[in-house]
Design a protein around this ligand. Structure first.
Ligand code: ATP
Length: 386
């Protein structure tokens, strides 16, 4: 099933919740709608579910006007964050609900409903629990019942709105892996709303990053992480150090660090560079003065946050009075005897750079420069320069 969303807009009195949203979803794709609270994710999902309508724009399903189809006829399965199971019905009755309320002509026979529910209970790994009431289930089990209920109507399109949002971290991880496996088995076209980037990066074929009612970027998890298209995506996905650069002749620099060239031909006096913590080169200077071959800035190590195999370092660069975060392998800390107070040399080896508008001071999203230090052979480990 191919879905084509074109120029969708939706206003609530004086507030624009969706602004000119266009997106094509391929058959069998797993799409994550990712964005901060209020970015329009649920509004978009509600429009597809037939619970709301856009003020303008269209949705085509295999070329057919999807918005003109009655909600009941859309073949859409819906799962929300709050289980929304009927408390007075058993698990079996909950799963069968969508089939039992169908007009009698399209309603399956009792025996077929029973058989379908049994199959679904097995699929969502809740065999033997059909007679229980929702109050007798865990949160994770309730969400699996909700999913089985959504699947019972044999949907073409599955819409999931923060389905694991109310569950604890460990259950979330288990359920999202289970959901991915289920998706691979069923190959249903799925739209999954989340504000949890880890969930989106792990689950989705493609991520749609939303902000303030608009789509900022659409791409595979790898592209979204490695090649963020806008300043918002740089800041929202993963961690990034934000550095202000000043133009000096035909290049940009931040203290002793210089970016070769000016892709904007002298049009901008300043730019902003986003540098991932793992894209900072670090070296431990053995002597003063520091040899010119070492990374540009001197930084003092303020804190070390150990997170298993990775250590997050908080570094203060006095030259521009800013704290940077760098990630290194934990084993390197002991090897180089790094402690709070140690002095290091630091420089980016990769950055995403946007010019700053001279008048507003805002980053110009469409003018992105992806820079990589191709000159230096970087071992990718913390170095000791002895
Ligand atoms: N019925 C409504 N009336 C007025 N404003 C609304 C209505 N529904 C949504 N909004 C507003 O539209 C904006 C987008 O809401 P939406 O629920 O789509 O965001 P979201 O990205 O799903 O957020 P969250 O992650 O918090 O659920 C919000 O500012 C919200 O307050």
């Amino acid at each position: 099933m191919n879905l084509e969303l074109s120029h969708l807009s939706r206003r609530f009195t004086d507030f624009a919740a969706l602004k000119d949203v266009s997106l094509t979803v391929a058959p069998g794709e797993f799409i994550a709608l990712l964005g901060p609270s209020g970015s329009g994710k649920t509004t978009l999902l509600r429009i597809l579910a037939g619970l709301d309508y856009p003020d303008s724009g269209s949705v085509l399903r295999d070329g057919e006007d999807f918005l003109a189809i009655h909600t009941r006829e859309r073949r859409v399965g819906l799962v929300f964050q709050h289980y929304a199971l009927f408390r007075h019905l058993t698990v079996t009755e909950n799963i069968a609900f969508g089939l039992r309320v169908r007009p009698w002509r399209s309603r399956p026979a009792r025996a077929e409903v029973r058989e379908r529910v049994e199959r679904l209970l097995k699929r969502v790994q809740l065999e033997g629990l059909g007679g229980r009431y929702p109050a007798q289930l865990s949160g994770g089990q309730c969400q699996r019942v909700a999913l089985a209920r959504a699947l019972a109507v044999e949907p073409d399109l599955l819409l999931l709105d923060e389905p694991f949002g109310a569950l604890d971290a460990q259950v979330r991880v288990t359920l999202r892996r289970w959901l991915r496996e289920l998706h691979e088995e069923l190959k249903l076209t799925t739209l999954f709303v989340t504000h949890d980037q880890e969930e989106a990066l792990e689950l989705a074929d493609r991520i749609v990053v939303m902000n303030n009612g608009r789509i900022e970027q659409v791409g595979s998890p790898e592209i979204i992480y490695q090649q963020p298209a806008t300043p918002f995506v740089c800041e929202f996905i993963g961690k990034a150090n934000r550095l202000t650069l000043r133009r000096d002749g035909n290049h940009f620099s931040a203290a002793e660090w210089t970016l070769p060239g000016d892709p904007w031909g002298g049009r901008h006096a300043q730019a902003v560079a986003y540098v991932r913590p793992e894209h900072l080169s670090l070296a431990v200077p053995a002597s003063q003065p520091v040899p010119a071959s070492q990374p540009a800035w001197t930084a003092r190590l303020r804190h070390i946050y150990l997170a298993g195999s990775v250590a997050h370092l908080e570094l203060h660069v006095a030259a521009f009075d800013q704290t940077l975060e760098a990630d290194v392998a934990s084993e390197d800390l002991a090897r180089l005897d790094l402690q709070p107070g140690s002095l290091l040399r630091v420089a980016p080896r990769s950055a995403v750079v946007f010019p700053l508008d001279d008048h507003s001071g805002d980053a110009v999203a469409g003018d992105r420069w992806a820079w990589h230090d191709s000159e230096r052979k970087e071992p990718g480990r913390l170095r000791s320069c002895r």
